[in-house]
Design a protein around this ligand. Structure first.
Ligand code: KIV
Ligand code: ZN
Length: 390
């Protein structure tokens, strides 16, 4: 039997782009979209066409350049003008999706939308029907789903399905839920709408749980995950695509599902996004951070040099990082120092290594990271004759 797939819905160009300092113009979005397509995501949410002429143009141009293997989505509130604008922007795409949303928590209904529950239900039905008149593929999201009253949330989704929605998204808009609760919500929604529609999850990282929550929902039956490269997005960000993809790949023994993502393109894609928006990822960011495959502690370096698996659960090559980096600093051991000298072309005799290591640790007490130039300088200042440069 073919292994089940989790669809990857990338919203870097929509939810990600909405976050401060991460905006992209049309050529930048097109460049990023090309890379996302190569990466192998299933759906690219290209923007929110009603928001501005720029957003409309970007969605239209991304739709026009997209190939046949990817679906391009555009966001719309549950309102005629939004849906018509989204449909127009998506016209050139081979495969398109209109993504309609309406908030369903009482806090949003009463204070933001000033809508009563019954009127909101009606609006969901009408807007999804309208979207279906433009597109075969319609996603409906209950914004703030995780703070919506459960029975009402299920009614909203049932209404969307009756009106023709093919994917139901359950966003944790404010990053409030926790894995067990989110898993339960997915099960409740599944029970209320039956097996037909694809259930989707969309998590924000306000409590640092976006990836954990997404995985819990996938284990409960969600088969679409919404995420962004480098986890960019509103406030604390969205669930990071690279983390979800690699969690599914590395722990395939626990969650036997696949994605269509080519993992060796994760790092280049992360780098491209950083270059485009001018925002670097934190050094200790999982999968794509500068230190994600760097080892400084002597014991770790020694282990990695003997067998990388001792301290690495995936290879750097599997995510497109050229090689693991042994960072030389005060925690490094003699073995790592010797290896770096070898890489620099120096073969050290045991006595020379001993003396150099002593000098190296003295220097490392004063300097956080030791660069190759420092190592060469250390060698040059040795009283003993210089070792052979091979
Ligand atoms: O976080 C959210 O609720 C959203 C929706 C528009 C899907 O981004
Ligand atoms: Zn969101």
């Amino acid at each position: 039997m073919a292994e089940e797939k989790v669809k990857v819905f990338d919203t870097t160009l929509r939810d990600g782009e909405q976050s401060p300092g991460c905006s992209m113009n049309t050529p930048e979005k097109k460049r990023m979209a090309r890379q996302l397509e190569e990466l192998g995501v299933d759906i690219i949410e290209a923007g929110f066409p009603i928001a501005s002429q720029g957003d409309f143009d970007a969605v239209r141009e991304v739709a026009a350049q997209a190939g046949t293997k990817v679906r391009v989505a555009a966001l719309a509130r549950a309102a005629r003008a939004d849906i018509e604008r989204a449909a127009q922007a998506l016209e050139p795409a081979h495969h398109s999706r209109i993504h309609v949303f309406l908030a369903t928590s009482d806090i949003h209904l009463q204070h933001k939308l000033r809508l009563d529950r019954e009127t909101a239900l009606q609006q969901i039905g009408e807007s999804v029907r309208l979207a279906r008149s433009y597109a075969e593929d319609v996603e409906f999201s209950c914004e703030d789903a995780t703070r919506s009253e459960r029975a009402y949330l299920c009614r909203c989704f049932q209404t969307a399905v009756e009106a023709g929605a093919t994917t139901l998204n359950i966003p944790d808009t404010v990053g409030y839920t926790m894995p067990r609760e989110y898993a339960e919500i997915v099960c409740d929604v599944r029970r209320s709408v039956g097996e037909g529609p694809t259930l989707s999850v969309h998590c924000h990282d306000d409590l640092g749980l976006a990836v954990a929550n997404s995985l819990a929902a996938i284990e409960s039956g969600a088969r679409q995950v919404e995420c962004t490269i480098n986890g960019i997005g509103e406030r604390a960000g969205n669930a990071a695509l690279e983390e979800i993809v690699m969690a599914l790949k590395v722990r395939h023994d626990l969650v036997p599902l696949r994605t269509g993502v080519h993992s060796e393109l994760l790092y280049p894609t992360s780098q491209l996004l950083s270059e485009i928006i001018g925002v670097n990822v934190q050094p200790n960011k999982a999968i794509v951070g500068r230190n994600a495959f760097a080892h400084e502690a002597g014991i770790h370096q020694d282990g990695v040099l003997k067998l990388a698996l001792t301290y690495e659960i995936m290879t750097p090559q599997s995510v497109g990082v050229p090689t693991n980096r042994l960072v030389l600093g005060k925690h490094s051991g003699r073995h790592a120092l010797q290896k770096r000298y070898q890489e620099l072309g120096y073969h050290l005799e045991p006595e020379q290594l001993k003396e150099l290591y002593r000098r190296f640790t003295e220097l490392a007490d004063r300097k956080k990271v030791i660069l190759d130039e420092d190592l060469v300088r250390l060698l040059q200042h040795m009283e003993q004759p210089l070792p052979t440069n091979v």
